[in-house]
Design a protein around this ligand. Sequence first.
Ligand SMILES: C[S@@+](CC[C@H](N)C(=O)[O-])C[C@H]1O[C@@H](n2cnc3c(N)ncnc32)[C@H](O)[C@@H]1O
Length: 282
Amino acid sequence: MLSYRHGYHAGNHADVLKHAVALQIIQYLKRKEKAFAVFDTHAGAGLYDFESSFAQKNKEYESGITKLWEIEKPHSALLADYLSLVKQFNPNGKLRYYPGSPLIAQQTIRHQDSIKLFELHSSEAPVLSGSSQQIKNRSRTQVIEADGLKAILPFLPPPSRRALTLIDPSYEQREEYAAVSHCLSKAIKRFSGGVYVVWYPCINKEESSNFSSQLSRQTEHAWLNVELHVSTQNDKGMQGSGLFVVNPPWTLAGALNEALPELVKLLSTDESAKFVLNSHAV
Ligand SMILES: C[S@@+](CC[C@H](N)C(=O)[O-])C[C@H]1O[C@@H](n2cnc3c(N)ncnc32)[C@H](O)[C@@H]1O
């Protein structure tokens, strides 16, 4: 039974980190003319309205995208690119609509590229289909109502042998950590050249705090691990979030090195906020 709805969390600090990095990777893939594919194993609803009852419940966006929206222009290129994309969904200058990972990809790809979106929730999948029909590149975007951790595998490798795969579960069940790790190793076996981004929450639980080292032990490829902790003093909730990136673009570490101090300054909730950035080349 799936109870998680991303509408409650859209635009929070975790979305800011995840979406700014995903956008950066897509922009890197666009440097070459050759087509690429984007796979989103846990796509969500696509577009979020901050005036909806979901978003209004905890107003999590106020701890994330709102903080960036309030400054004129971020210093770092990674954040400036991301903010400018969110602005495209709010052309009248008021922050109301927030693009999730599917729409960030859809707004950014070119005519030769393609997107496959997996969403298992029977209420979210039709909403996702509706939102992805409203913007450009709709004909290159396919919504598949299925378990993304399994359904992605037959699509790998894509014909162009270039792809970004985002794996972004809610980790409501403890078993999801193992399922993600299993999917990642199977996916890499089928298609070792792809860029893979795994999102995870930084919470005070063993399975979460060990997750990135577990993933790093299982991959023989280059990887980058980034975490943004908006606070390290909150024992109960989500202190921050992390991304484990396999085969990261060579530009990503530099872009993050520039952006992370600014992100910590903007999104911290107390003086214990920090970032972590590690990488491993082969
Ligand atoms: C964290 S949200 C995704 C947010 C989205 N990636 C974004 O950044 O905008 C996780 C989504 O995965 C869906 N989901 C949960 N388990 C799934 C599975 N096994 N396969 C596909 N979707 C799943 C949930 O219904 C939820 O909409």
